[in-house]
Design a protein. Structure first.
Length: 65
């Protein structure tokens, strides 16, 4: 599993993810569906494009195949 910062989009260490749980996302697999999806770094749930635009530092955009 990889950890990614929702602010920079870069991969981060497990220790950095533990220090910043509200702005990091743990990925267990890729986005296998088509299209673009937005996910909250805080809850892990999928959110709308408008919600992602309102909260850019705590949301992650996933691009499908």
């Amino acid at each position: 599993m990889a950890n990614r910062s929702s602010i920079s989009g870069r991969y981060i260490s497990n220790a950095a993810a533990a220090r910043h749980p509200k702005t990091s996302v743990t990925e267990s697999g890729g986005n296998k569906s088509s299209g673009t999806h937005h996910r909250s770094a805080i809850t892990g749930r999928y959110i709308s494009e408008a919600a992602a635009a309102r909260h850019p530092n705590t949301s992650v955009t996933e691009n499908g195949k």
